[in-house]
Write a protein that binds this ligand. Sequence first.
Ligand code: HEM
Length: 469
Amino acid sequence: MELISPMVIIILGCLALFLLLQRKNLRRPPCIKGWIPWIGVGLEFGKAPLEFIEKARIKYGPIFTVFAMGNRMTFVTEEEGINVFLKSKKVDFEQAVQNLVYRTASIPKNVFLALHEKLYIMLKGKMGTVNLHQFAGQLTEELHEQLESLGTHGTMDLNNLVRHLLYPVTVNMLFNKSLFPTNKKKIKEFHQHFQAYDEDFEYGSQLPESLLRNWSKSKKWLLELLEKNIPNIKACTSAKDNSMALLQATVDIVETVASKENSPSYGLLLLWASLSNVIPVAFWTLAYVLSHPDVYRAIVEGISSVFGTAGKRKIKVSEDDLEKLLLIKWCVLETIRLRAPGVITRKVVEPVEILNYIIPSGDLLMLSPFWLHRNPKYFPEPELFKPERWKKANLEKHCFLDCFMAFGGGKFRCPGRWFALLEIQMCIILMLYKYDCSLLDPLPKQSSLHLVGVPQPEGQCRIEYKQRI
Ligand code: HEM
């Protein structure tokens, strides 16, 4: 018998290996990778990421990978992928966000991993539904104080008006009264620096600080503000000064497990988490309500039936009152559905199978609440603002509608969601109780530049307000 030459064996071996790799690749989801090494389709993706994702879903189906800036991002859009995203032990939240946390708040990865779960449990407890009643009184007072400064009438950009109300209210509620500046010049600086930090947060999470000088300056300004105030925050133990003392509890944990130097960084992260979504959601809710006259009328009638018609009294809003004003809660939730974060993310830590594809470890698994909320299978007539669709949700049991993912999901779902809903409802009630409002501009489009968090409006939208008498 003739022996097979070593050359043939090598060729056959290579062929087998090639077929095996091909087979493996075939089992991976379709990958949109462009032709530029490392950058991949980063430039096209970065221009309008939300649109890119939807076009890719239509072209490639329910699961696909986008290669951009050295990252493989695999998007899931249907049930099977969503279940894996939310429940599988092969995907991980902490691994997915540790780089972002390092770049945006200078928290070293080892510190983040050592502290994350402890801090999450504390935040979830303090802002959970059981403790919510503790916020109501102070929230009403803080909001009245800020509304006072709006005077009897005026015209303003709605986004600025919401910032003017909710920056100090949120900081005073969750941090400490001493943190938010009180003189005009410093308040202006806070607005400028927080806005700059928030606006480029997503770039800051990916690019070196040396390329983002203004962003880096604002980050430093905010860190210094926190650093200066942490001794005051630590000294404040009185429940009257700040019943929840969220930052104080955070600092306690950080200093016990890691070190003092990390406290301002955690303060910055908490500041960003507590303001970056609440402000645009309050903006969009007011804008949606005011541009739907029937809804606006029904809300004002509801408020009058609970608190009377005049707008001058400093009303107190209890949890019972909120139950009577369910339409406002539906409007907030419907707004969040329509203006949900572009993506949430997990890291694949072990190869995982979805829809007969294998997603390799190292991939970022991405889910887009924004697009999920536009799937007519889950939300009929998805583009319409229909607060009444929330009638079906069991809100008494604190359940949202199926596939509502604006607060994330699984083990590390947003711990501030109940506080956020309460704050925004109260803000709408007090604003519409006190003032007759109208929009002077049409409802703006949303900016399509960012994927992280609730989208901002594109361009201005002015509101005119007059005290009700
Ligand atoms: C309407 C307003 C808000 C929206 C839409 C929102 C949305 C989200 C989302 C999507 C996540 C990621 C969850 C995941 O990946 O599964 C998150 C995380 C988080 N949110 Fe919110 N959020 C809001 C308000 C707040 C507020 C008021 C706070 C107060 C401090 C807060 C604190 C946090 C924190 C600390 C995390 C990180 C949790 C972790 O590290 O495990 N959020 N939020």
